[in-house]
Write a protein that binds this ligand. Structure first.
Ligand code: C5P
Length: 227
């Protein structure tokens, strides 16, 4: 059995991390949620005066980049690695609508991307990894053995994210979540540096009408043929 790299890219709230986590679990692979890394930088920006009048102060954020340490630590109770920002577990803090609002503008900054991509490539050096994000199959691991591109309608995705946030007890509306999903997709697909696009050799899965089990089975089959 050989170790491979599985890259899962796609639009916001397509359920990439749910599938990636379970896939990694089944294959005993490492799972890395790269969105959590960009979200952690956005959280840092919000907490450290890098946002003024709802706008990112790019110069300040770039000059602070060396002070931003992002790590993952496996939580055996949850069965996946949680994200830490400068030593603090921020897994829950990075999932708010406030962070979601600033994360895509933060992710357009090339210096931010360079730092995170370098760290992501180091994490995948030994392969045996499932990584999800927007540019994994195109930029981070262009030679990944298996590339998946997940899609679903904006409404389906917003409904899923709305339910997730409501279940956590967040005070939000469906309309605000839908607007965030649509805005993030727009920024992510039109930015200059590493825009979200389907890699030529990625396999597209529209999961609007697929259960988690069906998606998992489909991707597992593809992976098992390569391992
Ligand atoms: O995956 P998630 O929705 O948590 O990602 C949050 C945001 O981080 C995305 O909307 C995108 O702007 C950015 N991102 C990125 N590249 C990645 C992962 C996430 O630009 N590889």
């Amino acid at each position: 059995m050989r170790n491979i790299i599985i890259a899962i890219d796609g639009y916001s709230s397509t359920g990439k991390s749910t599938i990636a986590k379970q896939l990694a679990d089944k294959l005993s692979y490492i799972y890395v949620d790269t969105g959590a890394m960009y979200r952690s930088v956005a959280l840092y920006a919000l907490q450290n005066g890098c946002v003024e009048d709802e706008t990112i102060n790019e110069e300040k954020l770039i000059s602070d980049l060396d002070c931003i340490q992002i790590n993952f630590k496996y939580n055996p109770q949850l069965g996946f690695a949680e994200v830490y920002l400068n030593g603090e577990n921020v897994e829950s803090k990075i999932r708010t609508l406030e962070v979601s609002k600033y994360v895509s503008p933060v992710a357009t900054i090339s210096e931010v991307r360079r730092k995170l991509v370098e760290q992501q490539q180091a994490m995948g050096e030994d392969k045996g990894i499932v990584m999800d994000g927007r540019d994994i199959g195109t930029v981070v691991f262009p030679d990944a053995e298996l590339k998946i591109f997940m899609t679903a309608s904006a409404e389906t995705r917003a409904e899923r994210r709305y339910k997730e946030l409501k279940d956590r007890g967040d005070d939000i509306t469906y309309e605000a979540v839908l607007e965030n999903v649509v805005t993030r997709d727009h920024i992510d697909t039109t930015r200059e540096d590493s825009p979200l696009v389907k890699a030529d050799n990625a396999i597209e899965i529209d999961n609007s009408n697929l259960t988690i089990e069906e998606q998992l089975l489909k991707i597992l089959k593809l992976a098992e043929n390569l391992i």
